[in-house]
Design a protein around this ligand. Structure first.
Ligand SMILES: [Zn+2]
Length: 388
């Protein structure tokens, strides 16, 4: 079935057209800040209900509870704090003078007022504690830890009201949880499996998706790539989406798979991030969630199967579909995993993203055991990867 949102009610804090016009007219008298882009994504996700039951950026009590117990103060499972470090500089009023109850406009990179924040608390953020509690490390080699350490030590909590959506990646609009839930209804899907990803698909990904589609309780598959802030070497969002579209067009029944973007900054928090990403997909209406090997991992920071085990510690109302590593086996002549193939590593064709990237960079043609030619064609575009 389509699960209810986390906490039971879908949060929607989006200004109507009339309210937005009024707010825009009043902007001149408000303090304005430019948050780090990650927090713009978060503000939007809070307001459209992707982070239900959160209605705003979290305060010190909730942050402590999340870090210490993996739960909100009200006991709902929640593993990654959603915080807003106070950005440097402001127009209209001195940021340091803003107090509880004051409103501040959150501007995007083009100075559009994306959302209004009503400040609840201004509090000191223990950045090392945040890094350790959410990511299990203070090592700045961890990308999210590096981001935390770069940001300020003071944060604002408070409710968010969205004035307008972020600009979509090259015309690819991003559905809200309400819109996606409605789409599932139109498709007649009751149990939807979400597939979290941040790269174009190779055959090991496709294998997990196919095995999922074979399960009788699954009506449809939502491929939901995270397309937030890019770093050098990342595939561009439209490339990931086009690559998936090519795969779906050529190899999947159109009535069973849809591809939609999710604009958030990826949290590489291993198990805690996997649980957080599953809760987000629950808010979008997915009752099942695919967890592969080393989900949301980075480097060697996490045990590759810790993301499987965390789902035993929490009941979030989403069925985890846990899969081990898959590969192409030359002896089997098929995609396989250790559950169904007795042959050793010598028979396996490595299907890693690294292998795909290296081959494409050298202009090599990859065998279809690793990469579908339709996908390869998209990835060979000259600007597929962000280089600067
Ligand atoms: Zn085999």
């Amino acid at each position: 079935m389509i699960p209810p949102p986390h906490g039971g009610r879908l949060v929607e804090r989006i200004a109507s057209d009339a309210v937005r016009e009024r707010r825009d007219a009043e902007l001149g008298s408000l303090a304005k800040v430019h948050p780090f882009v990650d927090q713009l994504y978060d503000a939007e996700k809070i307001a459209i209900g992707a982070y239900s039951p959160l209605e705003g950026f979290q305060g010190p009590a909730d942050v402590r509870s999340v870090l210490e117990r993996g739960r909100l103060e009200n006991d709902l499972p929640w593993t990654i704090p959603i915080v807003l470090p106070v950005p440097d500089g402001a127009e209209g009023a001195a940021v340091a003078d803003l107090r509880s109850g004051d409103q501040v406009a959150l501007l995007d990179g083009r100075d559009r007022a994306l959302a209004l924040l009503t400040i609840d608390e201004r509090f000191r953020l223990d950045r090392r504690q945040l890094a350790r509690g959410a990511y299990g490390t203070e090592d700045p080699a961890h990308p999210n830890v590096a981001d935390i350490l770069r940001q300020g030590e003071v944060a604002w909590s408070g409710r968010v009201e969205l004035l307008r959506r972020l600009e979509p990646a090259r015309g690819r609009t991003e559905p809200s949880p309400r819109e996606l839930r409605e789409e599932f209804g139109r498709l007649g899907w009751k149990t939807v499996a979400a597939y979290q990803c941040r790269n174009p698909p190779h055959t090991a990904h496709e294998y997990l998706q196919r095995v999922t589609l074979e399960r009788e309780e699954i009506d449809g598959l939502l491929v939901h790539p995270v397309v937030g802030r890019l770093k050098s070497g990342d595939y561009r969002p439209e490339v990931i989406l086009d690559a998936y579209d090519a795969l779906v067009r050529a190899y999947y029944p159109a009535s069973r798979v849809i591809v939609r973007p999710l604009g958030i900054t990826m949290r590489y928090g291993g198990p805690k991030a996997a649980l957080f990403l599953a809760i987000v997909r629950k808010n979008y209406g997915c009752g099942a969630y695919i967890v592969g090997r080393d989900q949301a991992g980075v480097g060697k920071f996490y045990d590759p199967y810790a993301a499987h085990r965390i789902f035993d510690q929490y009941d979030i109302g989403v069925v985890p579909l846990r899969y081990e590593e898959s590969f192409f086996c030359r002896r089997c002549g098929w995609m396989a995993s250790e559950k169904v193939c007795p042959h050793g590593p010598a028979e396996r064709v490595a299907t890693s993203q690294t292998r795909v990237r290296e081959a494409l960079a050298k202009g090599e043609t990859l065998p279809s055991e690793i990469l579908r030619p339709e996908v390869a064609e998209v990835l060979r575009r000259s600007d597929a990867v962000l280089t600067s």
